[in-house]
Design a protein around this ligand. Structure first.
Ligand code: XMP
Length: 506
């Protein structure tokens, strides 16, 4: 797509969100490293992200300022980006003694018609920085201050703007309006709509495949299902392989088979559950479990498709590309690295891997799935990790524990659906805690497993908040699990945010 809005990554944890917010506004945006500035083509606008470093450090991340000026497009520096621009224009930055992290108030200066146009004024903004700007270069205008009168927004000229706070995080009340106002200063903004992007993707897939035979791993999850549907739409000769690891949820294997049948996409189902469960017997170390699952998965997959794969399609998403892998691709089934992933690396190096979804965020992939005609129960599914229930089963993975998780999860998810909470939750599941605690069954003391329920909202799994499910609902879920799932005498609700907890247990 021509003229993307280029977001230059200086390493802030929020950088991806800038890209996302811009796409939510209906424009195409991509992330680039500072060293790639000259490769951005002719972007409609450039945003310099925040970052953890200080411009005062000797080897601080830099930007080709001369070229940035030459580009002639609007530029917005956010946090680190603003400090960097201030020094480039001849001003200076002072080290902060402490890191300012959290909410502050923005007081736009009265006479601005720039990026604070039509703001309500005095709104909450989100800070995360330590350095602040000290001397302002000649001609630089202050566009806004915090309650202490410290400049938090600058304009160096009619094209260069800087803000000390993060417009991309939801805690900045008018962040989206600020981004929109900034983008409105650009010409030739690249519109982004999934329905038209789909046609482009189909053409691209056909061109990339160029008549070769494709193999694709499907799991029933959103990413791989959308990928299979896209390959189908592009009428590419594809073998879709579904590996049943024995670590799937209740009835999942059958449901995946019937779902693909419904939409007319053929899949080959391989039951490898015994292989996986045998290999996991006696193993308790989480990393070791992942390694075993990852290795076996790749082995089973390549045993099925043969070693001379012409082309492998992976459902890698944009956040997987820019961060570490989270979902979708075969490589990411294995969060930790190991032998047979070499096979995939080998294919990659030989140019025999395609990742058609690698420019899309999860929500966009869901939208693409809808445009491709996949039913809501597929595109709306919660993410499910490659290593499956093993990461929800700390300690040894046993049939007994898997059965408990399956039954409890089925009740939990069933009630979330029934009470209309499923769609507003990013991910929910039951995990079994590998400790038996005391309870009373009839007149006897019993020692049975405790079960943990987790429901979170999230922005692409990078951070997570636990969901405030109503007590009545939690009570109903707990009662049903305690009554219907043998081997459990205690139900807990996990109220940990990520960070410091992760979404999964392992
Ligand atoms: P964590 O637990 O790291 O999970 O907060 C973040 C997201 O990634 C999923 N997840 C995985 N997905 N292979 C995957 O394909 C994995 O090894 C893996 N581990 C975690 C998790 O379900 C959540 O959505």
């Amino acid at each position: 797509m021509d003229h993307p809005i280029a977001v230059i990554d200086f390493g802030s944890q929020y950088t991806q969100l800038i890209v996302r917010r811009i796409r939510e506004l209906g424009y195409f945006s991509r992330l680039y490293q500072a060293s790639e500035l000259r490769e951005t083509g002719t972007p409609a606008a450039v945003i310099l992200s925040g970052g953890p470093r200080s411009t005062l450090e000797e080897d601080a991340p830099d930007i080709d300022f001369e070229y940035l000026v030459e580009m002639g497009v609007p530029v917005l520096g956010v946090c680190y980006g603003m400090q960097l621009l201030n020094t480039k224009f001849g001003g200076s930055v002072a080290p902060g003694n402490t890191r300012e992290y959290g909410p502050a108030t923005l007081m736009p200066e009265d006479d601005v018609d720039g990026i604070f146009k039509d703001l309500k004024g005095h709104s909450q903004i989100w800070m995360s920085h330590s350095d602040t700007v000290k001397e302002l270069p000649e001609g630089c205008e202050v566009m806004g201050r915090n309650l202490d009168g410290v400049p938090v927004a600058l304009r160096w000229n009619e094209r260069f703007f800087g803000i000390q706070f993060h417009p991309e995080v939801s805690h900045t009340d008018e962040g989206t309006e600020i981004l929109r106002n900034f983008l409105n200063r650009a010409t030739d903004l690249p519109a982004f709509q999934i329905s038209s992007f789909k046609d482009e993707l189909v053409d691209r897939v056909r061109a990339d495949v160029a008549g070769r035979k494709v193999v694709c791993g499907v799991s029933g999850g959103v990413d791989s299902s959308v990928l299979a549907a896209l390959l189908h739409e592009a009428q590419v000769d594809t073998r879709n392989i579904f590996v049943d690891t024995g670590l799937l949820r209740k009835n999942e294997s059958e449901e995946v088979a019937s779902l693909f049948g419904e939409v007319g996409i053929a899949i080959e189902r391989i039951d490898a559950s015994e292989l996986f469960l045998n290999a996991l017997a006696g193993v308790t170390d989480p990393e070791e479990k992942r390694r075993i699952i990852g290795r076996l998965f790749v082995q089973v997959f390549f045993d099925a498709v043969g070693d001379d794969v012409e082309l492998l399609a992976q459902g890698t998403l944009y956040p997987d590309v820019i961060e570490s892998a989270t979902s979708g691709s075969i490589a990411s089934t294995i969060k930790t690295h190991h032998n047979r992933v070499d096979k995939i690396m080998e294919l990659k190096e030989a140019g025999r891997v395609i990742e058609p979804l690698d420019e899309l965020f999860k929500d966009e992939v869901r939208e693409l799935g809808r445009v491709l005609g996949l039913p809501e129960r597929v595109v709306g599914r919660h993410p499910f990790p490659g290593p499956g229930l093993a990461v929800r089963c700390p300690g040894e993975v046993t049939q007994e524990k898997l059965k408990i998780i399956r039954e409890a999860d089925d009740i939990f998810i069933g009630l979330l659906r029934e009470k209309h909470f499923y769609d507003s939750v990013w991910q929910a599941y039951a995990a079994v805690i590998p400790t038996k605690t005391v309870g009373v069954k009839g007149d006897e003391r019993s020692y049975e497993y405790a079960l943990s329920l987790r429901a979170v909202t999230s922005e692409d799994a990078m951070t997570a908040e636990w969901v405030h499910l109503p007590y009545e609902l939690l009570g109903e879920i707990s009662n049903r699990i305690l009554n219907e799932v043998p081997g459990v005498n205690r139900v807990l609700y996990d109220i940990s945010t990520k960070p410091p907890a992760s979404i999964e247990w392992e």
